[in-house]
Design a protein around this ligand. Structure first.
Ligand code: PMV
Length: 314
């Protein structure tokens, strides 16, 4: 084992969250400008340590949600026959945690890449995603795999659970404004809430899951036709269904309304909801600046912009 690095990035779900857990399609984007990097450095003692903003200490003493990563790292060490190898694992992340930007999946992806590089072992995409499922399952219970697929991708992804993710075309025009409510979203709790609704009253809630799936398919058509107003309409349709599923929140609704009033073509929560981030679609960068200002005035803790032209640039 030698010192090595692994990288990944933030992700934003354009459309399809929650429904993707039940086999519906989703579209998600890697945000390459918001990076996460893991460095694994072998040490002579037999201590296995993590150094990150959220946890500093022995791997064995980590508390949830870090225990998901602990499980992943332990399995990787068994795989590489290095159970008693000492190391320090340093996580440097520009991703806000628990905001629907995929921080847990991004962490897992960068850790797996770092260990494979440290042991000079080639890593294909399917193997990478299988490994990421170890910690994502431990952290979130029933993950679709969308977060891991997107935080490890170079291009926007069309994702259906159980199938290989595919790159999807984005128009060269259009800007997404991403805004953080400043409130934590809890992926496990939000996914559990939707599961409870479906268990309790399948006939009432399954059509909402299907309407989100249909909105994702129509959004893909709108993207292929470079039709931003049609895309915005599908974002609004998905938000209405997500709201009925109880995963929006007053803080999200306030930002979504502010974006609409400032000229957004569509707006919705992104990720698991119940806090976290929202996205608004702007037709160009001038409109995006106006929307970002309105979002800050409405209480956004932070905003980012993703220009669709970035989707082709690696
Ligand atoms: O909140 P995030 O970034 O972990 O996104 C979760 C997306 C869900 O569709 C709600 C769950 C999943 O596993 O796909």
């Amino acid at each position: 084992m030698h010192q090595a690095k692994g990288e990944s990035c933030a992700k934003i779900i354009l459309i399809g969250e929650h429904a993707v857990v039940y086999g519906q399609p989703a579209i998600a984007l890697p945000i390459k400008s918001i990076k996460l990097q893991v460095t694994v450095t072998p040490t002579q003692d037999h201590q296995q340590k993590i150094r990150s903003t959220f946890y500093r200490g022995l791997l064995a003493d980590a508390q949830p949600p870090f225990t998901g990563l602990t499980k992943l790292i332990s399995r990787l060490l068994v795989f590489f026959s290095a159970e008693s190898q000492g190391f320090t694992l340093t996580i440097e992340s520009a991703l806000p945690a628990e905001r629907g930007m995929g921080s847990s999946a991004a962490c897992a992806i960068a850790i797996i890449r770092a260990f494979y590089a440290a042991f000079d072992t080639p890593l294909d995409r399917a193997t990478l995603l299988n490994w990421a499922a170890v910690s994502e399952k431990a952290i979130h219970g029933n993950p679709s795999g969308l977060d891991a697929a997107t935080t490890s991708a170079d291009r926007p992804q069309w994702f259906i659970r159980g199938a290989a993710p595919k790159a999807i075309h984005f128009p060269s025009r259009g800007v997404l404004v991403i805004a953080d409510t400043g409130e934590m979203g809890q992926t496990g709790a939000a996914v559990g809430h939707v599961a409870d609704l479906l268990r309790r009253d399948h006939a009432q809630f399954q059509p909402l899951i299907e309407s989100i799936g249909l909105a994702s398919r129509k959004a893909a058509v709108a993207l292929a036709q470079d039709d931003l107003p049609a895309l915005g309409k599908q974002l609004n349709t998905a938000q209405a269904a997500l709201s009925q599923l109880g995963v929006s929140a007053p803080s999200l609704d306030r930002l979504i309304q502010a974006a609409a009033a400032a000229g957004a073509l569509g707006a919705k929560l992104t990720g698991s909801g119940q806090g976290g981030c929202m996205i608004a679609l702007a037709q160009d960068s001038t409109s995006a600046a106006t929307i970002a200002q309105a979002l800050h005035r409405a209480g956004a803790a932070a905003t980012w912009q993703y220009d669709f032209s970035e989707s082709e640039a690696i």
